[in-house]
Structures are given as structure tokens and as C-alpha cells.
Design a protein around this ligand. Structure first.
Ligand code: ACM
Length: 640
């Protein structure tokens, strides 16, 4: 069987658009019992259909018609969405699939589809013009660099000597990378050409280091594991941007002296592994890259509506059921691969492997278990524990789910939370656990007898207080295990968590400012600058989401957290740092992943690390121009 779907825009008004969908049966069979499923980035008004009926769960739309589909015939239907006009092809049909039932058997057939013309014209590709490469192409820009005459020939490199235990792991990382670059093992000995030494003279803060590359040796000084790791990341960028497995005389690195230190103590990236499961190798590849840019935190978004990705011994259902989407699974397909079972999870052994891999590179892995919203995968896996049967609440989350929020009124929720946090706290050495707390929809809990009873007992007036109630419970439970809670900006809803919780603001710069004003420590992650899933140009066929506007490289590079807050304001101490994020609804291949991440990741690295005075777009571009060769060497599909 063979199908094609065409979607045309009929009319775009400021607050609604109407579309025509035609499903073509390109085969010679008359099809009687069929549904069409397709992914669509907006909520389709179910009352707007010209024929048939539509059910939408998340981004998955399931259309049912009364008529059969004749051989070589077609079916036509119109529908509307009630929002501002679409500006990206990505928000129209992503994939489509025809489900045909014959003799009680349902088969899923992928339907081709043609990209929808949104009537936005065709913008030429907006490419970045780069100047000639700089002499030294270090990103992020170090605090002080002095180029010296001469070069260190890598052919002279025989071994590394480590004079402090503190540098063992960083030196190990360097040794691995050098071997990869040169094809020759670079062991640790007592008489190496690269010396790692503890610096006792000055007070080097975490992440700070001094690097001296001379003609015949290299000295690396620091006073912390993080400092040695940062020095190694600089050394890796001083290597030639090509691998040489032959002992070429020209295989050299420039002689330099570098003194360097970070601006922000927290420099992070969040990766969403729930919307699409990323293989372990991709996660580690990213973490290695993060270390090369001096990031020191990796927030691992492990749970969401569309998938539960971490093995939990107490609840095998979470990964037996919650980690898989598919036409026959408890969780419907979403975004891609609509015709088959799709997903995955990380075993505890794999999680430990990632934690150790990151630790070696100076990166703390922070797990995120997103509650009480974004919990559909857990709820579908453990309905007996997590669903109150009498709950009549009606709501629709921003991603179009009506059954994705944990219920703070029932005991099962607390049992679940304790059991999950017990295992997560045991697994992750991080002193921080991220509890999510974002995007709990309006209307939730209003029809739940258990929630109504809890509100009455506690004297709560606003359902938001139930969210605060549950989060305070989580916070106290985490405290009892010696962990500090982190949450998205909505963790302050209901005003119940303490000021010990660190808030990650994401929806706007103002949200971060509000949290600082209320006395919270914050990590700044405004979508308009730091969301790597946002589109990088305004062309309709450019990849990426659009709610935060266009986020080209220069915009990310320009980010200055709370720019209006005076530099001497004590409130500045509440800004722990900056984080970028990659949400992965539309990101499931390595090439798309790279395209969204690079080169914005290096730009944000500089925002996190380099002092404000040193940040200069016109200085960044020639460094980026030379740095791209390093990305080429690693086969990274960056966007220009
Ligand atoms: C978020 O982007 N919902 C944290």
C-alpha cells in the first residue's frame, strides 16, 4: 500500500488558520477500515473539521473518516488551528502514517508528504560570513594569553608526568585525546614532557589554571580538578586541527603562556533524552564536547510525557512500558517513527558510565526527574499507583496532553516520589537533583476529590499551592539525603519551596530577574538566547522551534544575564551561572543534533566563561573561523 498526504494553507488570520488535507491512495486496493495519524506542531480544533473526527494526543493527530478510500482515489478534509500564523514548516506535518485494519489486524504504512507552503516566500539561506582565521583560535577566550616565539613539536611528545593526585583524571583525558590525535599512546611517567603541577603560590579558584607551552615542555598549573580539566581543554584547542598518525615535523603547537579563570561558577547544558532517546554514544560525545568548552554541569532530562529513560529497580514498568512509543504501545508515537515501536532507556550501569566519563572531564551530571507535570510516561506505566479514578479534572497542557500531571492528593504520588528519589540519589553523586516543575496546566486537580480534600485540610485557596505542597515535600526529602533541589522557574508557584532551591529561569530574562528579586539563587537559561532547539534564521524551512523567536549565533553570543542589574549589586551573587538547552522533539539524528548545537555551543561557552570585558563579537568571529577546522576534524555538522 502506498499513500501521500498533501497539506495546504487555505487562510491565515491573526488568531486562526485553516488548512486542507488530502490523503491520496496511490495503490490499487480499496481501503475500508483506515485512520490517518500525523504529527502536527499545533492543536487542531476538533470542532473545526469539515468531515470526520480528530483526536489529538500531544503532537499526534488521529483522523477518522466515515468513508472508505478508493483505489487511486483520495480523501479531503479541512481543519483549523486557533493561534497565530505558522512561521515554520516544522510546525506543520512532520510524519504521516495510515493505519489499515484488515481481518482484525492493524498495519501501519508511512505516507509520503509534501512540505506545506506557508505563503512566507522564499528567503535566501542566511549564512554567516566569516573573516580570516585568527592566529590563536581559543574558545572560550582565555583571560590572558601571551604568544611566545617557537613551537612545541608533538613528535617530541612521549609521556605526561603528574605531580598531584588532583590532576590524575585531567591528565588521563589528555592522554586519551592525544592518542586519538597522534595515533600513538602517550603514557604517564615520572619524566614526561607535559607536567601537571599543583600551584601553591597564588590562590587559584576552581576552574582557574596557568598553562605554559615552551619549545621543549609544557607546564600545567592549577589548584583543582576543574582547573586541570580547563587547562587540558585549552591544550586540545592548541593542537593542530587535523590528526597526524605519522611523525610529521610540522605537527606542532604554538608556544604560549595562558592565565585563565571562569566568570561563572555554573556553566551548563541540558539535554532532553525523553522526546527522542539518544544513544549512550551521543550523550558521551556531547559531554566530551562540553568539557572542551569548559562547561562543568550536564543536566540530563531523563523523564517527560513522551518517555521515561532511566532504569528504576522499584518500578520496572517505567522502562518496560514508559520508555517505548508505538502504534501498539501504551504510549502513542510522537514526532517521528509513527509506524513502529521506538524508544529506549539507560540502564544503571550505563548511567554510572556516563557519570564517571563526565567526572573525568570536570562535569557534574545532574539528573532531572520532571514532576508534577510532564509525567505522562510515568502515569501510563503505573496507573494503579498514580491515577485517582474519581478525578474529573479537565485540562490540556501546552504540548496537548490531558493526562500528564501527578496528583498531590493521593498517597501513591508520594510513594512513587520517595522510591524514585531514593534510587536517583544513590546513583548520582551530584549534590543537586533537578525536579522539573515546569508547565503544569491550568485546570488540573480542580476535579480531584483527593486534591480538594488536601486543599481543605491545609487551608489552600489556589490549586497552585498543591504544586508547592508536593515540591516542598520533594525538597525536604532531598534535604534528608543531603541533596539540594533545583527546579524550573515554576517551582516557585504556590510559594512553598524554600530559598535553598535553585531556580532555572527559562521563559524570559524577566523570569530570572523576578526570581533573583524574590531571593532565589538562579541559573539563567532564557529560551530567547540559550535554547539550541530554536531556529537560527527566519527562513520557513530552517530547522527549529520558533516560540522564543529566531536565535542566530550573534544573539546567543550577545547574551548578558540581567544586564540592567548594576555590576556591584549584591544580587549578582544570586546568579550562579548560565545554561543552554537542547529540547529534542525534532532532533533525533546526529546531523540535526550537530546543526542545532554548533556553533552556538561555543558562543555560549564564551558567555559562561570569559569576562564581560573580553567578550567581543568581532574578536570571536576570526577565532571561530579557525576553530571550525577542529569541528571538521571531528565530523561535526555545524551550521554557518
Ligand atoms: C522548559 O523549557 N519547559 C523548561
Amino acid at each position: 500500500m502506498n499513500f501521500r498526504v498533501d497539506l495546504s494553507l487555505l487562510e491565515a488570520k491573526p488568531d486562526s488558520s485553516r488548512f486542507a488535507l488530502t490523503l491520496h491512495n496511490l495503490g490499487e486496493e480499496h481501503i475500508r477500515n483506515w485512520h490517518l495519524t500525523f504529527s502536527f506542531g499545533r492543536y487542531i480544533d476538533p470542532n473545526s473539521l469539515s468531515h470526520g473526527s480528530m483526536e489529538q494526543v500531544g503532537y499526534l493527530c488521529k483522523y477518522t473518516a466515515q468513508e472508505s478510500l478508493p483505489a487511486y482515489g483520495h480523501h479531503y478534509v479541512e481543519f483549523s488551528i486557533n493561534c497565530s500564523p505558522l512561521v515554520s514548516t516544522e510546525d506543520t506535518i512532520g510524519e504521516a502514517c495510515v493505519l489499515v485494519t484488515q481481518n482484525g489486524n492493524c498495519q501501519a504504512y508511512t505516507a509520503e508528504h509534501t512540505p506545506t507552503d506557508l505563503g512566507l516566500g522564499h528567503l535566501p539561506p542566511q549564512a554567516l560570513k566569516l573573516p580570516d582565521a585568527a592566529d590563536l583560535c581559543l574558545i572560550p577566550r582565555p583571560y590572558a594569553v601571551a604568544r611566545k616565539p617557537g613551537q612545541f613539536a608533538l613528535t617530541n611528545l612521549l609521556s605526561i608526568s603528574v605531580e598531584t593526585e588532583m590532576a590524575q583524571m585531567a591528565a588521563g583525558w589528555l592522554s586519551e585525546e592525544l592518542e586519538e590525535h597522534t595515533g600513538t599512546p602517550v603514557p604517564m611517567t615520572s619524566k614526561g614532557q607535559i607536567h601537571f603541577k599543583r600551584h601553591l603560590l597564588t590562590d587559584l579558584k576552581a576552574g582557574a589554571y596557568i598553562l605554559n607551552v615552551a619549545r621543549d615542555h609544557i607546564d600545567v598549573f592549577a589548584d583543582s580538578h576543574e582547573g586541570f580539566v580547563a587547562a587540558v581543554s585549552t591544550l586540545l584547542q592548541l593542537l593542530p586541527a587535523y590528526s597526524s598518525h605519522r611523525a610529521e615535523a610540522s605537527y606542532v603547537m604554538p608556544c604560549v603562556t595562558i592565565e585563565d579563570k571562569p566568570r561563572f561558577a555554573y556553566r551548563g547544558m541540558m539535554l532532553d533524552c525523553a522526546r527522542h532517546f539518544h544513544p549512550l554514544s551521543r550523550v558521551k560525545r556531547l559531554i566530551n564536547q562540553l568539557a572542551r568548552y569548559k562547561f562543568n554541569y550536564f543536566q540530563w532530562h531523563l523523564t517527560d510525557d513522551e518517555g521515561w529513560r532511566i532504569e528504576i529497580d522499584a518500578y520496572p514498568e517505567l522502562t518496560e512500558i514508559g520508555a517505548w512509543r508505538g502504534p501498539e504501545e501504551n504510549i502513542e508515537p510522537q514526532f517521528t517513527e509513527l509506524n513502529k515501536r521506538h524508544g529506549g532507556f539507560y540502564s544503571k550501569k550505563e548511567v554510572r558510565e556516563v557519570i564517571a566519563f563526565a567526572a573525568k572531564r570536570g562535569i557534574t551530571v545532574i539528573p532531572e526527574i520532571d514532576i508534577p507535570g510532564h509525567s505522562r510516561a510515568a502515569i501510563k506505566s503505573l496507573p494503579d499507583l498514580l491515577v485517582e479514578e474519581q478525578d474529573q479534572s479537565r485540562y490540556r497542557s501546552i504540548q496537548n496532553y490531558s493526562d500528564n500531571v501527578l496528583n498531590p492528593g493521593i498517597e501513591g504520588t508520594y510513594t512513587f516520589l520517595r522510591n524514585i528519589l531514593d534510587e536517583v540519589c544513590e546513583l548520582f553523586p551530584s549534590p543537586y537533583i533537578h525536579i522539573g516543575a515546569d508547565e503544569v496546566p491550568q485546570g488540573v486537580w480542580t476535579g480531584s476529590p483527593a486534591c480538594q480534600a488536601l486543599m481543605e485540610k491545609q487551608g489552600y485557596r489556589d490549586p497552585k499551592e498543591l504544586q508547592g505542597h508536593l515540591l516542598r515535600y520533594a525538597e525536604e526529602y532531598l534535604h534528608s539525603k543531603g541533596k539540594r533541589m533545583l527546579g524550573w522557574e515554576e517551582a516557585v508557584h504556590g510559594d512553598k519551596v524554600s530559598k535553598d532551591t535553585v531556580i532555572y529561569s527559562w521563559s524570559s530574562e524577566q523570569a530570572g530577574q523576578d526570581c533573583v528579586e524574590s531571593g532565589y539563587d538562579v541559573v539563567m537559561q532564557p529560551g530567547q538566547y540559550t535554547y539550541l532547539d530554536m531556529t537560527q534564521s527566519s527562513a520557513a524551512d530552517e530547522a527549529g522551534a520558533t516560540w522564543g523567536g529566531v536565535v542566530p549565533l550573534e544573539k546567543s553570543y550577545s547574551y548578558e544575564p540581567l544586564a540592567d542589574l548594576p555590576s556591584n549589586s549584591p544580587k549578582r551573587h544570586q546568579i550562579l551561572g548560565i545554561q543552554c538547552a537542547l529540547w529534542c522533539e525534532f532532533i533525533h539524528t546526529q546531523s540535526r543534533f550537530d546543526y542545532m548545537v554548533y556553533p552556538r555551543l561555543p558562543a555560549i561557552a564564551e558567555v559562561c566563561w570569559s569576562s564581560k570585558e573580553q567578550r567581543d563579537w568581532n574578536d570571536f568571529l576570526p577565532r571561530l573561523a579557525g576553530h571550525l577546522k577542529h569541528l571538521d576534524r571531528q565530523g561535526i555538522n555545524y551550521r554557518l
